[in-house]
Design a protein. Structure first.
Length: 472
């Protein structure tokens, strides 16, 4: 799509269209194992045994080879222990980790950016081995039953495990995962009646949870402090019926003059299901001054802000103050190409976790029954407009009419896709920029004002009801 010497931070989409060696084989081995989990591993049939053997073969050249081979054989015989299930989960995770790394290598070639050096996670300290063992036992029961065999009796076994974990901060990450996983299974019981099974998703959740039951697996990330100028690129909004999160992607220019780096800062809040659209910002703004800066188009000056090795700012307003006005597209054209990408924590190495800030321009947008694509010089990149939130002025129509885009490059449905965060477009013959987080700091837009007022009324009613209950 773009010549290698074009510069300006523009990503080379042509490199993303080239096949990645070994990718299909690795994903096919994962899919074969995932299909075995659908029916369950209590008494595997020949087709399931073949899937287990395929997983073992895929890691035959790795340090996991002997343990996974034994686990596959024992599981095929219906004699697997919890340790064997852990080995299978580790093999599956390692394969998807290799896929992640291969895809990220290709992304690095397309963006021309380097990555920070990996660091060793810190120890999570002593964890309650008996509670972890109980979680592992429940996950083993789920695997034996399979997605088609789960029922409320099987799923209910998670409740006491989650309750025992929640008081311990070191176990809260696993507790949250188990709680959400069990809730999804419970909502689908009995599994035998499901029309469609979310095969990859449930296998992902099961494998991740199984590995987190190993003492020390959920090690705390190494933390440091960051000082310098923070230049926001865009906001990614994640909305659920009962919760919302805004994640700001930005370039940090360190005060010590070292190379700029890509960082993230996230804020989450519980929400009632009646608060939607621009009203979400009311729940998030009080917890992060960065959102106001994004809405106003300003940088932030940081002093001693905690940051993890993976580039996540542990946001605290006391370590930040508003800076000078800045333009996200100027940042994308000038600062983004020189920034280094953050490392990925070992258990986060999964294709679904890829979300890399990129800059595109000079493309032609084309819509058809398959969706929107950006095309230039014969190379097309799918655009994920379904991820454009209703909580901002950015719309799929504006994206389709754009000439430049800041987005997150993702891997979804076995291909690269870009999620727009901001675009340069023309509205009524006037050049404008529209951001997904454009209303983060407030809005004068009529639709935004209406949504904000509705959210204010809904929150006021809920607070009054909560106060009345507390007074009883």
């Amino acid at each position: 799509m773009v010549p290698a010497d074009q510069g300006g931070g523009v990503m080379r989409v042509d490199l993303l269209s080239e096949p990645v060696a070994g990718l299909d084989e690795a994903l096919e081995a994962v899919d074969a194992f995932d299909q075995a989990l659908v029916v369950g591993l209590l008494r595997p049939q020949p087709a399931q045994a073949a899937g287990l053997a395929r997983l073992a073969h895929a890691v035959a050249g790795s340090p996991l080879a002997s343990r996974v081979a034994e686990a596959a054989e024992k599981t095929a015989d219906g004699a697997a222990s919890e340790d064997h299930f852990v080995a299978l989960a580790a093999a599956r995770t390692a394969l998807l980790g290799s896929v992640h790394d291969a895809l990220m290598t290709r992304v690095g070639e397309a963006t021309g950016r380097s990555r920070n050096e990996a660091t060793t996670p810190a120890s999570a300290g002593q964890q309650a081995a008996n509670v972890l063992a109980a979680a592992r036992s429940w996950l083993a029961d789920v695997a034996r039953a399979g997605w088609r065999g789960v029922d409320h009796d099987v799923v209910s076994g998670a409740a006491h495990v989650v309750s025992a974990m929640l008081p311990d901060p070191l176990l809260r990450r696993l507790a949250t995962l188990l709680d959400g996983f069990a809730a999804e299974l419970a909502a689908s019981c009995p599994g035998a009646t499901l029309e469609r099974v979310p095969v990859r998703r449930w296998a992902d959740l099961w494998s991740r949870a199984m590995l987190l039951t190993l003492p020390g697996a959920a090690g705390a990330s190494t933390t440091d402090t960051a000082s310098g100028r923070l230049l926001p690129l865009g906001v990614d909004v994640h909305e659920h019926a009962t919760a919302v999160q805004a994640q700001v992607h930005a370039v940090l220019e360190p005060a010590d003059g070292s190379a700029p780096r890509l960082v993230r800062a996230a804020v989450s809040a519980p929400k009632p299901d009646t608060v939607v659209g621009a009203g979400l910002w009311q729940l998030l703004r009080p917890h992060m001054s960065l959102l106001a800066a994004v809405g106003e188009g300003r940088s932030m000056d940081l002093a001693g802000m905690p940051i993890t090795a993976e580039g996540d700012l542990l946001w605290s307003d006391e370590h930040a103050r508003p800076g000078e006005p800045t333009d996200a597209f100027a940042t994308a054209r000038v600062a983004l190409p020189a920034a280094t990408d953050p490392v990925t924590a070992p258990l986060d190495r999964h294709p679904a976790r890829i979300a890399v800030p990129v800059f595109l321009e000079g493309y032609t947008a084309h819509s058809d029954d398959d969706g929107l694509t950006f095309t230039a010089a014969g190379y097309a990149l799918a655009v994920d407009t379904d991820r454009v939130p209703a909580a901002g002025p950015l719309t799929p129509e504006a994206v389709a009419a754009s000439g430049a885009c800041i987005g997150l490059l993702r891997w979804d449905a076995d291909s690269y896709r870009v999620q727009p965060l901001a675009v340069e477009t023309t509205v009524r013959k006037k050049a404008v920029t529209l951001h997904a987080g454009g209303w983060a700091g407030g809005t004068t837009d009529k639709a935004g004002i209406k949504a904000e007022k509705a959210a204010t009324d809904a929150v006021a009613v809920l607070r009054e009801r909560a106060g009345r209950l507390l007074r009883k």
